[in-house]
Design a protein around this ligand. Structure first.
Ligand SMILES: NC(=O)c1ccc[n+]([C@@H]2O[C@H](COP(=O)([O-])OP(=O)(O)OC[C@H]3O[C@@H](n4cnc5c(N)ncnc54)[C@H](O)[C@@H]3O)[C@@H](O)[C@H]2O)c1
Length: 313
């Protein structure tokens, strides 16, 4: 008989909050999936606990369950034997006081999906015995000392920007701080800052649009449609740049400023621009017009650097 065929179908389980997803988690999942036929990753969430962890953190905004789920899905996209499930832990005593209720809820999810685990993977030695007791399957401990990738989600929550290299690629856009430089020579300072911070600069769609129109020899006054086109192009470029941005992203203008230009031209608000303003909140807008005329270029440069640095605590 074929030895491979005789082997039992191995089904692995991994539990986590992935708050946020980091390279240590990914290492655990990759090492586990290399030992089983299918792997089920259970993403645990609980509203009050998650909110408290956020409030005690230095994360700039709270990742919600859907964000955490998307990070896992994106990271393991196309990996057909890795399945992600959300487990709402509401009403269960917090770890480590609710093992019975918690494991019952896990089992009910698994039953619905017709999943029978054969092995649980964890890097937490203190959980091995309870996993064995409540799930009745093998437990494999992986890198309990976190020697291969020495990071924890707690450390990242405390200092996301200092621990940037460990944040999963899929989760980084969530943490990128968006900074707009408006007023004055808008293509100079953001380029300098992007160079210094080794990151992306999203060039000014408005300027490109005007140049394009000039080349076409058409009239230059912007219509309402022009504004929307500029805004949509800008949003698309920002989305693309966020994927590879290093902690911060520089651009000009932000959508509130663009909307203000629109309002002064057309004396009313625009629903699309309002939507973009809400969808792309900026962490910092540096208005060069606020600097005093007599301020030297170097003083402006230094003030801008201080403001940017303060964003990356
Ligand atoms: N209520 C209860 O009694 C009870 C009992 C057990 C589990 N739970 C739930 O299970 C989930 C457990 O989540 P967590 O806090 O362990 O999640 P986590 O997101 O911090 O970690 C997920 C997994 O990755 C491992 N890991 C973390 N850093 C690593 C690194 N650098 N290298 C290798 N592996 C690494 C962890 O050991 C864990 O196995 C929670 O939702 C918790 O509520 C609850």
């Amino acid at each position: 008989m074929n030895i491979q065929a005789a082997k039992k179908h191995q089904v692995g389980l991994i539990f986590g909050k992935f708050y946020p997803l980091h390279c240590g988690h990914i290492y655990l999942i990759e090492k586990a999936v290399s030992q089983v036929d299918e792997l089920h990753v259970i993403l645990g969430c609980e509203h009050d606990r998650d909110l408290k962890l956020f409030e005690e953190s230095h994360m700039p905004k709270q990742p919600h369950v859907q964000d955490r789920f998307n990070w896992l899905q994106d990271t393991f996209q196309g990996r057909h034997n890795i399945h992600i499930h959300i487990l709402d832990e509401a009403g269960i005593s917090y770890y480590p006081n609710g093992w019975k209720d918690w494991s019952d809820r896990v089992k009910s999810i698994l039953q619905k999906q017709q999943v029978t685990p054969t092995v649980i993977f964890t890097s937490e030695p203190q959980d091995v015995q309870n996993h064995q007791q409540y799930f009745g399957c093998d437990v494999k401990l992986i890198d309990a000392n976190r020697e291969f990738i020495n990071i924890s989600a707690t450390k990242i929550r405390q200092a996301p920007y200092q621990n940037w290299p460990f944040i999963a690629k899929a989760a980084r856009p969530f943490f990128v701080k968006k900074i707009a430089i408006v007023g004055g020579d808008i293509d100079k300072l953001p380029i300098q800052l992007a160079n210094i911070y080794n990151t992306q600069y999203v060039s000014n769609g408005y300027i490109n649009y005007i140049y394009h129109r000039r080349a076409d020899n058409k009239q230059l006054a912007l219509s309402e449609t022009d504004f929307i086109r500029i805004a949509m192009l800008h949003a698309q470029r920002i989305d693309e740049a966020l994927i590879t941005a290093n902690q911060v992203l520089f651009t000009s203008p932000d959508f509130s400023t663009l909307h203000r230009y629109y309002q002064s031209a057309f004396k009313r608000k625009n629903a699309t621009l309002t939507e973009l303003e809400n969808r792309y909140p900026f962490d910092l807008v540096i208005d060069q017009a606020e600097f005093k005329q007599k301020e030297s270029n170097v003083a402006i440069f230094e003030t801008a650097l201080k403001k940017v640095d303060a964003q990356l605590y």
